[in-house]
Write a protein that binds this ligand. Structure first.
Ligand SMILES: [Fe+2]
Ligand SMILES: [Fe+2]
Length: 307
């Protein structure tokens, strides 16, 4: 057979762009490729060791944490019949996978500064291995629902309050955290809705939140202390006091989250009760349009289907 004959059998290509399930659901996984320069400021948040190591601790926990979130949702994928929720789950999985990848890059930068983020992530991996083995799957999903609530409300604060943008002194770090914050809010309902499909009830949801809060507090506090120790800053009282007040003082970061956190304990609560529609529209505009914060990251400019 001649080449010409072969070519004649090729079907003409359609010009319709391929839309992924995540894009259809408004939860598009966006491919990012952040690069942190050698000379990235050591204390990139508020020029403060305490606060920088706090965020670095959270970042250290993301790769293992988000892998666990994805797995706990995947456990119930077979029960989902609603096509919209199916698409949302695909978007959720894609977004979280990309977050893990990018926070690994961020954590490698922190490692170069001598912060043992890798150790924290590995230890969390061991903890989740135990959870996967001994905790019922429905409760594993409830853990994800609880921790996704944390990430959603913290991310909302990052997007809503200008103070955070002023505190980030490294532009690449700012992009990473704001992009992650945007997507956490785009997919904030997914684990919750899958939990409902799985027949998860109120009691397990709130009991798991209580336990997850305690465990999360211990994991983050000990990790944070270890990063501070590695930095030689554990006993720098003045600076640490300043950081502690920023997080826990009157109108500090956590007290400002209290109302939203406790909303979770209300029967009938749903993550969409916290209205972030306009906020996300504003940030997509700010980040994804031409000349926006993430313009250099959008790999395929023909597909900013997200704006
Ligand atoms: Fe995430
Ligand atoms: Fe998430």
């Amino acid at each position: 057979m001649t080449n010409a004959a072969t070519h004649s059998t090729v079907a003409p290509s359609t010009s319709k762009p391929r839309i992924t399930a995540g894009e259809r659901a408004g939860i598009p996984p966006r491919r990012m490729d952040f690069e942190f320069a050698e000379e990235t400021t050591r204390y990139w948040y508020g020029n403060n060791a305490f606060l920088t190591t706090f965020w670095a601790t959270l970042s250290a926990l993301f790769p293992e944490g988000e892998t666990f979130f994805v797995d706990s949702v995947k456990n119930y994928r077979h029960m989902i019949t609603d096509p919209t929720l199916k698409d949302q789950v695909s978007g959720f999985i894609g977004q979280e996978a990309m977050h893990s990848k990018e926070h690994e890059t961020f954590n490698a930068m922190a490692e170069k500064h001598g912060f043992p983020t890798d150790k924290l992530d590995k230890e969390l991996g061991v903890l989740f291995k135990v959870v996967r083995k001994f905790v019922p799957k429905k409760m594993q999903l409830a853990v994800t629902v609880a921790l996704e609530h944390y990430t959603a409300i913290l991310a909302e604060q990052l997007l809503r309050e200008d103070i955070h943008q002023d505190m980030f002194s490294d532009p690449e770090a700012l992009k990473l955290w704001m992009w992650h914050a945007l997507e956490e809010n785009e997919h904030k309902i997914v684990a919750y809705d899958v939990y409902e499909v799985a027949g998860g009830g109120y009691f397990t949801r709130v009991a798991t939140m209580l336990i997850a809060t305690l465990v999360f507090a211990v994991v983050v506090t000990q990790g944070h202390m270890r990063l501070l120790w590695a930095d030689g800053s554990l006993f720098k009282w003045k600076e640490n006091w300043k950081g502690l007040k920023f997080l826990w003082g009157w109108k500090g970061l956590f007290p400002r989250l209290a109302k939203q956190y406790f909303d979770f304990y209300r029967p009938g609560f749903h993550p969409n009760d916290h209205d972030t529609v306009q906020l996300l529209d504003d940030w997509r505009e700010k980040m994804l349009t031409e000349g926006g914060m993430l313009a250099d990251q959008i790999k395929n400019p023909s597909r900013p289907a997200t704006v």
